[in-house]
Design a protein around this ligand. Structure first.
Ligand code: ASP
Ligand code: MG
Length: 411
């Protein structure tokens, strides 16, 4: 017997028939003797509709009211699933964030979870009643409803699992698990049996969309065992676990990509102390998150700096820099939205040289120019022209021996 938190995403609760199917799945788990809590998202497409209505009413909506609106999709699904469970003889009770309570900070639309009270939920689970919990929402310090950022139901599920000390948090979704890369682009991508928290965190933050990044951070901090699996196929999914459980750390476990960044280039900067601070200071003040950076100094003694910012902040970044052109003394600032960031992630990188070299050689053999590079202990990211995304992903996937066929042949 185990204590489980099961999370169902938007497509899994997309209509009445699917919600009934989820109820049967929950019942079968409970009938096996497990103690269950369930977290659900809004029906697929609902949150987008709510966002659109809020934006139609006000171009820049007040975020307290915005949260009051966009949190409602989950209120519908918890009620429906609780009814569906009761209809098949399973005791169930719906919970909104404030009823738990799941407390967050005050950052509306992107709040951080501060505390989840596990007592009420644990007591119900113990006596066989299934708490059906609204994902994505919490209660802020002033008592108003907050939301956790798009995709935030994953984070609710992991935080609840930590609070009730669950043995496992199963994230049911429309894919079969975590893949070596996006199978819609690389046909030979494989489902991973296991991946470490650290690797999953890098993959999620570099663009893999299967789990919200914050959910992985919480799982790692509280050592919550997470499984990502399909709600449509009854197969084992991918386990996100402590790296100690992974016997054969691969040099590279997976590849992620992101189309969310834009490149900014500043050229002809006087090469002197304080130039970088003068460029990045005003961007930081404007809350613009600079990610990858390269600087080079030409023969002229002038420096050029290229870096990435979120695409949504591109225009604003250029404007901020141009306003300071005279003071900083650079000759030009330009932007390019047609770029993608491709990242390779693997624990084995810590002990094996050559992972970066393989990446550079593979891309160069395909004639793909690398514009900016950044690295961490277990990740290398490169920025390339957007048109090369498919080519780069496929070539790298083979180069690191991740292809499904390659594995079968080697076995
Ligand atoms: N319904 C929310 C969204 O669409 C939260 C979630 O699905 O995880 O972002
Ligand atoms: Mg999601």
């Amino acid at each position: 017997m185990a204590r489980l938190v099961l999370k169902f995403g938007g497509t899994s609760v997309g209509d009445i028939a699917r919600i009934r199917k989820v109820a049967r799945l929950v019942k079968s788990q409970r009938d096996e003797g497990h103690e269950i809590a369930v977290v659900v998202s809004a029906m697929s497409g609902e949150t987008n509709k709510l966002v659109a209505m809020a934006r139609e009413m006000a171009a820049v909506p007040n975020l307290r009211e915005y949260d009051a609106i966009i949190s409602t999709g989950e209120q519908v699904t918890v009620g429906l699933l609780a009814l569906a469970l009761q209809e098949i003889g399973v005791a169930a009770q719906s919970f909104l964030g404030w009823q738990i309570p799941l407390r967050t900070d005050a950052q509306h639309s992107n709040a951080w979870i501060e505390e989840v009270a596990g007592e009420k939920l644990s007591a119900l689970m113990q006596k066989g009643t299934v708490p059906v919990i609204a994902g994505f929402q919490g209660i802020g310090p002033d008592g108003s409803v907050t939301t956790l950022g798009r995709g935030g139901s994953d984070t609710t599920a992991v935080a609840v699992a930590a609070a009730v000390k669950a043995d496992q948090c199963d994230i049911y979704t429309d894919v079969e698990g975590v893949f070596t890369t996006d199978p819609r682009i690389v046909e030979t991508a494989r489902k991973l049996d296991k991946i470490s928290y650290e690797e999953m965190l890098e993959l999620a933050s570099q663009g893999a969309k299967v789990l919200q990044t914050r959910s992985v951070e919480i799982a790692m901090r509280y050592r919550v065992r997470v499984q990502v699996l399909s709600s449509f196929k009854s197969e084992r999914g991918t386990f996100v676990v402590d790296e100690g459980e992974i016997m054969d750390a691969k040099n590279v476990s997976g590849l992620a990509y992101s189309k969310d960044d834009a490149k900014i280039q500043v050229v002809g900067i006087p090469h002197q102390t304080g130039a970088a601070a003068a460029i990045f200071g005003p961007l930081t003040e404007a809350n613009i998150n600079v990610d990858m950076i390269v600087q080079n100094v030409g023969d002229s003694g002038k420096a050029n700096i290229a870096f990435t910012v979120p695409k949504v902040d591109m225009e604003r970044s250029v404007k901020i820099l141009r306003e300071r052109q005279a003071t900083i003394g650079f000759s030009d600032a330009s932007s390019d939205p047609n770029v993608v960031k491709v990242s390779v992630v693997g624990l084995g990188m810590r002990n094996h040289a050559g992972v970066a070299q393989t990446m550079f050689q593979t891309l160069s053999a395909k004639g793909i120019n690398i514009q900016v590079i950044s690295t961490s202990e277990i990740k290398i990211s490169v920025l390339i022209a957007a048109e090369y995304l498919e080519l780069a992903l496929r070539a790298l996937h083979s180069a690191y021996g991740l292809d499904a066929e390659a594995k079968a042949a080697a076995a």
